[in-house]
Ligand binder design. Structure first.
Ligand SMILES: Cc1ncc(COP(=O)(O)O)c(C=O)c1O
Length: 379
């Protein structure tokens, strides 16, 4: 059976990227690689919408989240953590590991944080040094209002806005320079449609000023080292050579198709998937604040979403993600990031229709597919 990996990371990788990465390895301390590394860095600046240096780390996304804390904050500092899902929780865990105190702003799963609440919390806690938030919370499918949050933080010299954009950057615009974000993070196995193994991080001048004072321990993820080397077209340690070569091919492709076309593609797939499932009677879990990077679909009470996830895999070879913790058995999650197109979305919806039909769920057969298809025709 053919496998269709349609999880919100890792995502399917296009052949042209795989073929680039299949070429014989080259040494990293060579002009040839330095040029590739430099081109990748320049390409990343466009996607991160910044003039600042975007650093390429050999780690998964969590490595860059870790680096964002240990390079800018100090022991005993306090951070405001927006916790609206599993990746908000990850901020809390990283802070706890470094002895950074947290003020937790809990957000109901499936809802976006209100920027007013962030403003009030900052006003009431003048000792807060950073706001930690996801641009796209992958466990719930929610897009948090980063531009509005940045309006609150950008004029406060003593507060950083640190944004986990791991399932946002490349899927929809997150305007680092224009909005005034201080740290933005991306990951290779998401909208960059690569295998896992690289993370990307960019710091504003304000964040670099924090880095001068930070006293938390760091070595491998020392961003000052990464920055100094990146300006010389290299990295302090052996880079993930093969992945950087693949990244370069992806960024060249992004340049050719244009970022607006890329964002539009995610948004059409998101609309088609959520509307298709709604036509069947299922719910968009993040209605009103939907991240276009993925669809998170809630099933009716009487149905176990786990059966849908299992059925798709066993009957069709389609791999989607289930819900975690409080959302376990209630939702399933489908990527729009990566080498995904019309036929993939149609296949997921058709597969779910067939499983729901087996579960005696009452709906008009074919309605999900035909609804989605109408929208997908815009692709
Ligand atoms: C929003 C978000 N943050 C952080 C992570 C963690 O990234 P990684 O698994 O690459 O360490 C993920 C990965 O799924 C994510 O989607």
């Amino acid at each position: 059976m053919k496998n269709y990996v349609l999880t919100p990371g890792p995502v399917p990788v296009p052949e042209f990227v795989m073929l680039e990465m299949a070429k014989p390895i080259i040494h990293h301390r060579t002009e040839e690689f330095e040029e590739i590394f430099h081109n990748a860095t320049e390409g990343l600046k466009k996607v991160f919408m910044t003039k600042e240096e975007v650093l390429i780390l050999a780690s998964s996304g969590t490595g860059a989240m870790d680096a964002s804390i240990c390079n800018t904050l100090s022991k005993g500092d306090k951070a405001l953590v927006v916790n609206g899902g599993k990746f908000g929780e990850r901020w809390l865990k990283i802070c706890s590991a470094y002895g950074v105190e947290t003020e937790e702003l809990k957000v109901e799963w499936g809802k976006a944080v209100s920027s007013d609440e962030i403003k009030n919390t900052l006003d009431n806690n003048p000792d807060i040094k950073a706001v930690l938030v996801q641009a796209s919370e992958t466990s719930t499918g929610v897009e948090h209002p980063i531009e509005s949050i940045a309006k609150i933080t950008r004029n406060r010299d003593d507060v950083l806005l640190i944004v986990d954009g791991i399932t946002a950057v490349g899927a929809f615009p997150v305007e680092f320079d224009k909005w005034g974000i201080d740290i933005l993070i991306g990951g290779s196995q998401k909208a960059f449609m690569m295998p896992p193994g690289l993370s990307f991080i960019v710091l504003s001048q304000k964040a670099w000023a924090f880095a001068e004072k930070s006293d938390l321990p760091k070595f491998y993820l020392d961003l000052k080292q990464a920055h100094k080397n990146s300006l010389k077209r290299t990295s302090p340690w052996t880079p993930a050579v093969t992945l950087v070569i693949g990244l370069n091919a992806v960024l060249k492709h992004f340049d050719e198709i244009g970022l607006d076309a890329l964002y539009k593609r995610h948004s059409i797939m998101s609309e088609a998937t959520t509307t298709g499932f709604e036509a069947i009677g299922l719910t968009n879990f993040a209605k009103g604040c939907t991240s276009t990077a993925l669809s998170v679909i809630k099933v009716p009470e009487e149905i176990d979403a786990g059966k849908i996830v299992k059925g798709l895999k066993n009957q069709y070879g389609i791999i989607v993600a289930g819900g975690q913790d409080q959302a376990k058995g209630k939702i399933f999650r489908v990527t729009h990031m990566g080498y995904v197109d019309k036929a993939d979305i149609i296949a997921v919806i058709a597969g779910v229709e067939s499983i729901l039909s087996d579960l005696q769920y009452n709906f008009t057969k074919g309605i999900g597919v035909s609804t989605a298809n109408t929208i997908l025709n815009q692709l």
